[in-house]
Design a binder for this molecule. Structure first.
Ligand code: AMP
Length: 411
């Protein structure tokens, strides 16, 4: 790596998508991680279809978003198309300024507790984890192999969604099922969105002017996928997602917690196949299953018009959220802050208000006028008197991946 190699390309490969950001880490460090270091951002969607779409925004040149449509056969073609867009802005992947490529990898099992430079052994281990992450790890592997083929000389770093949660104590991570069966099939609670929980809990401590080791934070990552975590002194001690991202909160399309016997019932009584139940619980449940919409903006609009189904869906969503806030208060013993993040958490003031309504006895309250403020900056929305700080902290998983990647290759 050359001395002035300060750029990191972050790749987030989904089964039919590729999200990317090119960041200049000299800038992000000097600005405390603001958007100033972002050189380009983009997304390739519908890979493998006739109507693939690439949207690329060259922030470094101040240029407009460029969108192209047309078939992109696979992830290799997608990354090559991205490389061509970057090259057109003078940001090509062949640049000596590129220090590393950081990959989001969803499942790192128990082995990967920190970002890891990818070699053959690491690739094999990510592959070994495919049975516990069948939707995500194969796509992540394709992204890594494609990037390696394009720049074999460059360090490629895996940043795992599960890593932040590997500090969970055994009593929080284990399901109360037969130990031999659980161990034979690596069944336990791994947790996801770890990069976001790590970033947001640290940012929340900074907002309070404290070191992460000094504060206990409940992080509520409420996006289309949603998860809560209890973070004690910078270490995750519990999180709501489990073996897969299905467990926990009510999400856009996932049920979150249900009695596992519902699945036997669907099989035995409703005659559904395992795959059909999988689709039902992951894609057709949650807010969309309850009211037909998974966008919180639309749900709030319908509630304002008096739609009872939308209102019930909202109430179920909030009730679950409250139960986790209560549970994690008990787990942590002392809570210094509750932090809201991701699409819903950052934008939906009514969700934040309803989630903490009536929790004054726990020291939690929301100031209505602070809660109504719209901003991209981390901010407090609790009144002066409240014992627990309530924060809105925009998450930035790409920046976190880039920082971890850059720190590792410079270590
Ligand atoms: P994410 O997965 O973090 O990108 O979050 C996506 C979700 O955030 C969407 O499905 C919406 O429900 C929600 N969302 C985004 N913008 C807003 C907004 N302005 N108000 C309420 N909810 C929003």
């Amino acid at each position: 790596m050359t001395a002035n190699a300060t750029r990191v390309l972050v790749l987030n490969s989904g089964s039919s998508s590729l999200k990317y950001q090119l960041l200049d880490m000299s800038d992000t460090q000097s600005t405390g991680g603001s958007a100033a270091g972002r050189l380009a951002v983009g997304l390739v969607e519908r890979i493998g279809e006739e109507t693939s779409r690439l949207a690329h925004t060259p922030l470094a040149t101040g240029g407009d978003k460029r969108e192209t449509e047309g078939p992109i056969a696979d992830h290799e073609a997608a990354l090559k198309a991205v490389a061509a867009e970057l090259a057109a802005d003078g940001l090509g992947l062949d640049s000596p300024e590129l220090a590393a490529i950081g990959h989001r990898v969803v499942h790192g099992g128990l082995k990967f507790t920190a970002p890891t430079v990818i070699d053959d052994a690491v690739l094999k281990e990510i592959e070994r984890l495919v049975p516990v992450a069948p939707l995500h790890n194969p796509a992540n592997l394709i992204g890594i192999r494609t990037a390696q083929a394009l720049r074999p000389d460059l360090p490629q770093v895996a940043v795992f969604d599960t890593a932040f949660h590997t500090t969970m104590p055994e009593y929080a991570a284990r399901y109360a099922i037969d130990v031999a069966t659980a161990d034979a099939h690596r069944i336990r609670r791994y947790g996801f969105h770890g990069t976001s929980h790590a970033y947001v809990s640290r940012k929340t401590a900074a907002l309070l002017g404290k070191d992460p080791s000094e504060v206990n934070v409940i992080v509520l990552h409420l996006g289309n996928g949603a998860s809560a975590s209890a973070v004690a002194g910078g270490r995750c001690v519990d999180t709501s997602m489990g073996l897969t991202p299905l467990e926990g909160l009510v999400m856009g399309t996932r049920s979150g917690d249900i009695d596992p016997a519902v699945t036997f019932h669907l099989k035995r009584v409703a005659g559904m196949s395992t795959d059909e139940i999988d689709v039902l619980l992951n894609k057709k449940s949650g807010l969309v299953g309850l009211c037909g919409d998974n966008d919180m903006r639309e749900i709030r609009r319908r509630i304002d018009e008096g739609d009872e189904r939308a209102e019930l869906a909202f109430d179920i969503y909030i009730h679950r959220l409250k139960k986790y806030i209560g549970a994690y208060t008990a787990v942590l013993g002392r809570v210094d802050a509750v932090a809201f993040t991701a699409g819903v958490g950052e934008n939906a003031a009514p969700v934040r208000e309803a989630a903490l309504a009536g929790l004054e006895e726990l020291g939690m309250a929301v100031d209505a006028s602070l809660n109504a403020v719209r901003s991209d900056e981390p901010r407090l929305i609790s009144p002066e008197y409240a014992r627990v700080a309530v924060a809105v902290v925009p998450t930035d998983e790409e920046l976190e991946i880039a920082q971890q990647t850059y720190a590792l290759v410079n270590a």
